[in-house]
Design a protein around this ligand. Structure first.
Ligand SMILES: [Zn+2]
Length: 155
């Protein structure tokens, strides 16, 4: 058999089962919390009506529920105001009635940032028109800029 490949015997399977890094045996175990690849923190809470099939619930939902003193509707969605999913302080959480409204808000923020650096919408034609317009406005505001710039260059 090639190196590194071996059959799992019953004995081996039993060993894996017994020493499996589950729950408290896992060095990453922190009182029933774990973090997924996207940074969401999950808490073990098998009694929660909306926990997943393994008994976990997203920590930010739990904290929002404590803040509101009610269970969240599964449709309701949480936004992290500082974009850090690990910061689940109640003041960092904002409740949206559904995923759609949450996504809409992200698009709104994105457009705001793009506009602030001179972009407007994804449409190429409109983008060009927008830049032309901005250049025109800028020239009107600074009518002597290029003349002064060239004079400065000569010196
Ligand atoms: Zn968000």
């Amino acid at each position: 058999m090639p190196k590194g490949i071996y059959l799992r015997t019953e004995e081996h399977k039993r060993k894996i089962r017994n020493s499996a890094l589950r729950g408290e045996r896992n060095p990453l175990w922190q009182g029933g919390e774990f973090k997924d690849k996207r940074g969401n923190i999950f808490v073990l809470n098998p009694d929660h009506p909306f926990c997943d099939n393994k008994g976990y619930i997203r920590k930010h939902r739990l904290i929002m529920e404590q803040k509101l003193s009610r269970y969240l509707n599964p449709k309701e969605d949480i936004h992290h105001l500082d974009y850090n999913k690990e910061n689940n302080h109640p003041s960092n959480l904002y409740l949206f009635p559904n995923r759609k409204e949450h996504t809409k808000y992200h698009h709104f923020l994105k457009n705001l940032v793009l506009e602030s650096i001179g972009y407007k919408y994804k449409c190429k034609g409109r983008e060009k028109d927008y830049q032309k317009e901005q250049n025109k406005k800028w020239r009107q505001k600074n009518p002597n800029y290029w003349r002064e710039y060239n004079e400065r260059k000569k010196k």
